[in-house]
Design a protein. Structure first.
Ligand code: ASP
Ligand code: MG
Length: 411
């Protein structure tokens, strides 16, 4: 069997869903089809929760109605009858008694529920034999709301049993990005987590391969919106892919590679607009290192610099203290640099940062700069580096022989 994953952009309208249909029809294998929320639905659902949390019920309701209308319009364009073929969630599952993050998961997970319901019913009506899975019942997680951890053993058993029971030949349509707790609450695995779901299911089911269908020709050496001349990288090793995604390449979620590498399952990234194209293949026998310079931007960074409060500064002790705080506050570190009396860390500027800085200030003199991006250039040369630096304000740079990492001010 194979796993196919379709992101939000690939199913943002009826035409996208029809395209998905033609791609799954062309497959000769049994398929596990993992789908994200349609278009920008996840962002819109986030706004619903934020409005409700702020007591702005009217705005929340307007946003909610827009989301429902958007899905209804897609259903109609696909020839489905809203309310008959698919019944969308009627009420917003928000409980003011619960913590924000728990409410977030109940509401935001609906994007994937809706998209997969619509797609499964549509495929059925087109004569395909399809089963819809409500994955929160099978993919068991803990209750780390918004970043739930998968309970691998329980989930593997449930997913395998479900797949065994599925009608043959099988095509299952299910949600990426979401899971469920032991007591039946929905959870989410972290934004853009559908790739990760696809990889985990591939691992559980010993898939022959996992394919991520995207709106780009495959993995490119730079973001085509930022660099005019991009090159397709046809083949790469797992390790290269991890580095690329960790450095900020938006192409695949960083957590995607491990479950695949563990079972040596190849990952294809292919353009959904041109299913016959080769795209990129990530596998153990990939060709590496990549021989064109690769530019990767990681946006929305904040550089935090800690300076010793007294002269009794021991680097090792400070490091362990700092990383304990960073870990507890769920910060994502993208770069570290230390000198005799300072330590700088560049992290994603998330909602967790202010509290972490508060705590760091108890121990160090802390300063920080935000509105930064981290540019990683792999396969760099001195000339390439000079060109990248020109006209930019560089806050910090780290270079090795082949890789340069620049923390730059966003314009
Ligand atoms: N719909 C979720 C998000 O936008 C998950 C995903 O797209 O992978 O974050
Ligand atoms: Mg998405």
């Amino acid at each position: 069997m194979k796993v196919y994953k379709f992101g939000g952009a690939s199913v943002k309208d009826a035409q996208g869903v029809r395209n998905l249909e033609s791609i799954v029809r062309q497959a000769d294998d049994e398929l596990m089809v993992v789908v994200s929320a349609m278009g920008k639905t996840t962002n819109a659902l986030e706004r619903v929760v934020e409005f409700l949390d702020a007591g702005k019920e009217e705005q929340a309701l307007n946003q909610w109605v827009d989301i429902i209308d958007y899905h209804v319009a897609i259903m109609k364009a696909l020839g489905l009858q809203p309310g008959v073929d698919v019944r969308l969630q009627g009420e917003i599952p928000f409980d003011p008694q619960l913590p924000f993050d728990e409410n977030y998961d109940q509401v935001v997970s609906l994007g994937e529920i809706m998209s997969t319901q619509i797609i499964a019913v549509y495929l059925l009506k087109q004569g395909l034999s399809v089963e819809w899975w409500n994955i929160p019942k099978l993919l068991r997680t803990d209750t780390t709301w918004r970043e739930a951890k998968i309970d691998t053993e329980t989930s593997r058993a449930a997913i395998r049993a479900g797949w065994e029971r599925a009608q043959r030949p099988s095509m299952v349509v299910t949600q990426g990005f979401i899971g469920g707790t032991e007591d039946g609450r929905r959870t989410t695995l972290g934004r853009e987590g559908s790739d990760y779901t696809a990889a985990v299911l591939g691992n559980f089911l010993d898939a022959e391969s996992v394919t991520i269908w995207k709106d780009v020709p495959g993995i490119l050496n730079a973001d085509p919106r930022l660099e005019p001349n991009t090159i397709l990288i046809p083949s790469l090793r797992y390790q290269d892919a991890v580095e690329l995604s960790y450095s900020g390449a938006q192409i695949i979620h960083p957590k995607t590679i491990r479950p695949l590498e563990n079972k040596q399952i190849p990952l294809f990234v292919k353009p959904f607009g041109d299913p016959q194209a080769a795209g990129s293949k990530i596998a153990a026998d990939g060709i590496g290192p990549i021989d064109v310079p690769v530019y990767i931007w990681r946006k929305n960074q904040i550089l935090i610099t800690m300076r010793a409060k007294d002269f009794a500064f021991v680097l090792e002790e400070s490091l362990s203290e700092i990383f304990d705080i960073i870990h507890r506050h769920r910060l994502k570190v993208s770069l570290i640099q230390s000198s005799a009396v300072t330590i700088s860390v560049c992290v994603d500027n998330t909602r967790f940062v202010p509290e972490a800085i508060d705590e760091l200030q108890h121990h160090f003199n802390v300063s920080y700069n935000d509105h930064l991006s981290l540019l990683t250039i792999r396969g760099t040369t001195p000339e390439i580096l000079d060109r990248a630096k020109a006209g930019r304000t560089i806050m910090l740079s780290q270079t090795t022989r082949r890789t340069a990492r620049l923390v730059v001010k966003e314009d």
